[in-house]
Design a protein around this ligand. Structure first.
Ligand code: FES
Length: 302
């Protein structure tokens, strides 16, 4: 691997989100008369990162129309969980857009890596508390990218995977692709019955998933495993627990709605009696790994 400056560093936080600049990074700077195409290695890298469960996003100074046209031309419309273009937030190097992307995806900036070809990309990452990788080929030289806070400066995009993938937590490997996984809490933070752990799940909707709709959700332990559900009774749209955090009945087999007593089987959220009348709790996909509880919170979720 050709790492120009400085050498790879040991990860402080595992990588769960990679935010790419567009022109000069994923796509060569435009040349008159030449059709736009991804830089060599970009397609394979995006595929590999997605297969590992890494969330992908774009933060670019390109116009929305121009980006959407190229995403469509490459068949990349569903590659990225979020894209942000010129005019959709303060320009780089202001970190606001990167903050917004992390918040919308439920990830901390420390879990994010920004990949770009200019000092502004890297300064935006530094300002947001994310790591940054510089790719040569744009206007800035290696020294300028390093001075702007790059954790590494790479000669070309095809080298990024070798630097990045060892920093992806093993917990993400093997998670079903096509979803975006969020570390909700450490595994040992989920209490024993009859308690559960409340958390906020995010439904992303609207154009380009820009509207983030928080939904109450909870985790419970049941027969040695974890289950995650939206905290919404199937009888009426109210939260189940009262007092807050108490979900189980005395038997430890059922989750009970405190309002009118609907009972749900803890293993799958199916109605076991009461006014839920055959309607079930909404289940969320949950996995354990690397000491964390991971919940799928976008594609494939209800
Ligand atoms: S609102 Fe839950 S049982 Fe009626």
């Amino acid at each position: 691997m050709t790492v120009l400056f400085p050498p790879p560093v040991q990860p402080v936080h595992p990588v769960a989100l990679v935010v790419f600049d567009w022109e000069g990074t994923l796509v060569p700077l435009p040349r008159p008369g030449e059709p736009a195409r991804p830089v060599p290695g970009a397609e394979a890298l995006l595929t590999e990162l997605a297969a590992l469960g890494v969330t992908l996003a774009v933060a670019t100074g390109k116009s929305r129309r121009g980006l959407d046209e190229q995403l469509a031309a490459f068949g990349w419309q569903s590659r990225f969980a979020l894209t942000r273009c010129a005019g959709e937030g303060p320009p780089k190097p202001d970190p606001a857009v990167l903050h917004e992307i992390c918040e919308a995806l439920g990830l901390a900036p420390a879990q994010a890596v920004m990949v770009g070809d200019t000092r502004y990309d890297l300064q935006m990452a530094s300002g947001a508390g994310a790591r940054a990788v510089g790719i040569l080929g744009g206007l800035d030289a290696a020294e300028a990218l390093a001075q702007a806070g790059a954790a590494a400066v790479l000669a070309e995009m095809s080298l990024l995977g070798e630097w990045l993938i060892p920093q992806v937590p093993r917990a993400l490997e093997g998670l079903p692709p096509g979803r975006h996984w969020r570390a909700v809490c450490p595994i040992n933070a989920v209490p024993e019955q009859p308690e559960g752990l409340r958390f906020v799940w995010h439904r992303l909707r609207g154009p380009d998933r820009r509207i983030r709709q928080p939904e109450p959700a909870f985790l419970v332990r049941h027969r040695g495993g974890l289950r995650a559900y939206l905290n919404r009774c199937a009888h009426a749209p109210v939260e189940l627990d009262w007092p807050e955090g108490r979900f189980f009945d005395e038997s430890g087999l059922y989750l009970v709605c405190a309002t009118h007593g609907a009972m749900y089987r803890a293993e799958d959220g199916s109605c076991a009696g009461g006014p839920c009348h055959g309607r079930n709790l909404v289940t969320l996909e949950v996995r354990e790994g690397a000491g964390q509880v991971w919940v799928a919170f976008e594609n494939g979720s209800p």
